[in-house]
Structure formats: structure tokens, C-alpha cells
Ligand binder design. Sequence first.
Ligand SMILES: NC(=O)c1ccc[n+]([C@@H]2O[C@H](COP(=O)([O-])OP(=O)(O)OC[C@H]3O[C@@H](n4cnc5c(N)ncnc54)[C@H](OP(=O)(O)O)[C@@H]3O)[C@@H](O)[C@H]2O)c1
Length: 341
Amino acid sequence: MVDQSASAAVNRQIVFSSIPDGLPTLDNFTLVESPVPEPQDGQIRVRHLFLGLSPSARLRMAGDSDYGAGMPLGKPVQGQAVGVVDISRNPAFQPGDHLVVNGGWQSYSVTSGRGATRVDADLAPPSCALGLLGTSGMTAYVGMLDIGLPKAGETVVVSAASGSVGSVAGQIAKLKGCRVVGVAGGAEKCDYVTKTLGFDACVDHRAPGLPQRLAAACPEGIDIYFENVGGAVRSAVWPLFNDFGRVVLCGMISDYQNREGLTGPDWFPILTHRLTIRGFLLRDHADRRDAFLADMADWYRSGMVRYREDVADGLEQAPAAFIRLLRGDNFGKTLVRLADG
Ligand SMILES: NC(=O)c1ccc[n+]([C@@H]2O[C@H](COP(=O)([O-])OP(=O)(O)OC[C@H]3O[C@@H](n4cnc5c(N)ncnc54)[C@H](OP(=O)(O)O)[C@@H]3O)[C@@H](O)[C@H]2O)c1
């Protein structure tokens, strides 16, 4: 059911009400209603159309961390939204402008507009600005091209290959002439990765014998590993590196629930194969935005890059959709639709 709050002039919010212990539960979130906020001089009000959910929000729900400031309790869950300006008291914005804002899990947000990014609603549906043409696509772009430095003929392995970042990262490596092997959970996702996205192979990490099956899928070893998940997938990748292999350390979702007692991989292959391991955070790469948008818009328009969304309807579904994302039950960019236009 689509959220009706826009017409009811009520701001519905999902408030972060308690810190999760392990995987979040619905009890960690509370739905509240308040009057729609009024913008002051210099501010705009944005009516949210879609929320974009990201695994890293779980890290910030554990308090201040090296990933960023902790998410405050008693406030709407923080995260990106795409929406439409419905009132502007800032001459830089007009009612009807489409923007991506850090507006949180609520129907409306008020902002000065600082940090907001404009959306070209003629190029693609607005939801795309949270995924392929937004944070997910740009993370894949910067990670694969600038950190991975793919060369034609190399073997690239991408974990969470059906997901919003991994699916794009692997397709970019294909565009660069690499042999691309995905790792995904389940036969349906693996089929999508090979048949729709065009990866050369995909290995199901939820079936037995992952190390052997991954080795068989990479007979010439691995030159680049685009790391999204950590855990057992990383362990299966580790013995397979070629000399001068690169690890693009984008995320480690399997470790986000609990970082206590984690152990790292064996360091010997790093020495003997002269590996480069480089973590990156998208926020350091804003200078790449214009190049990313130009390339990705081109690839999107020409059908060279495919992409899918996993959409839940209604603000009240946001906590369940977030839990599904952290469990790996999502299939594509996880979005919550609040309104249609
Ligand atoms: N560095 C940055 O600036 C940056 C920016 C954005 C995102 N990221 C990171 O990019 C990664 C992907 O994010 P996304 O938003 O695109 O999510 P996503 O890939 O759309 O969804 C997460 C996927 O992770 C997989 N997964 C979940 N638990 C797993 C486990 N225990 N073991 C193996 N796989 C598991 C699931 O796929 P399967 O069913 O296939 O296992 C799930 O679909 C995350 O690590 C995220 O934190 C980093």
C-alpha cells in the first residue's frame, strides 16, 4: 500500500528507538506522526517519494564508530531519500525540483539544500537516483575503475553480485574486457547474474563446497576481488589470488551485526602474491561525480548496464525491508516507496 501521508498533511516518521543486539528487530523502530514541518527563510521542504536503504546504516546504529557518527536515538532513522520540493524559501530551488536529500525515514524533510543533489527526472525514474545513478552506482564506478584498475583479460570476482553495488561493479568490469565471476546467494540470484547481467559465471555461496566451486570458476586465478561481504566468501577467495592482485574493499556486510571477536585473513598471500588491498569510502570521491554521471547515464540509456530494484510499499515497511537487506533476502537496490510523484 502506498503511504498516504502526503495528502493527509501529517509527517510520518520511523524513529530509531533502541540499539539492536545483532540483527535489528522491528522493536528497534517506532512509527510516529507529527505535523508536517514548515521551512524557514533559506530552507526548502521536500516531500519524499522513495527512501534508499543501505547496509552501512547498521554500523551507525551501534553508536559512534570509525564509519561515522552514531545514529541518534529518538530521531528518524538517517538515510537518503529522493523527493520533490513542495515549498521553497530558498531561491536556489523551485517547487517541483527533484532532489536526493539525507532526509531520513519520514514523509517530509526540511533542509537548507546544502548537500542535496539534483535529479534529472527526464533521464530515469527518480528512484534510480538512489541506486544506479546515485550512491550505489557511483560506489561501484569509483571502486572498480579507480581502486580496482581493471585490465582486459583479467579475472574479477564480485561478491553480493546481484546487489545494487555488486551488480554494477561487475558490469563495469565486463565493459573493460575482464572475465567476471559473481558470488551470490541462491540459484535465482546466480541465474540473474549470468543471464541478465552477463557475468561469465556465478557461484552460490549458500550451497556447500564454496571454496572448490569458486576455484573451479576461476581456473586462471583472481586478479581483482571486489569485496562487499567478508566472512566465508572472502575466505574462499583468499587462496586464489594471482601475483599483484587487488582487493577493492567496499564493504563487509556479514560482519556488520557484530564486530566482536572477528579474525582477519591470512597475511602470507599478501606478501607472496604482492597484493594491494585498499578500502575506500564514497564520500572521499565527490570529484568523480561528473564523470560518473556522464558515463553511467550513457550506459543506462544504451542498455549496456542493467539494474533492478527491490521495492517495499509504505513507510511502515522500512524496518522490515532493512532487516531483509541485512539478512540478504533483498534482490536489487532496497527502496521504500512513499508516494508516486
Ligand atoms: N565503501 C562505500 O562507500 C560503500 C557505499 C555503499 C555501499 N557499500 C557497501 O557495499 C556493499 C553492498 O551494499 P548494497 O547496498 O549494494 O547492498 P546489496 O548488495 O544490494 O544487498 C546486500 C547483499 O549482501 C549479501 N549478503 C548479506 N549477508 C551476507 C552474508 N552473511 N554473506 C554473504 N553475503 C551476504 C546479500 O546477497 P546474497 O544473497 O547474494 O548473499 C544481500 O543481497 C555493502 O557491504 C555496503 O556496506 C560501501
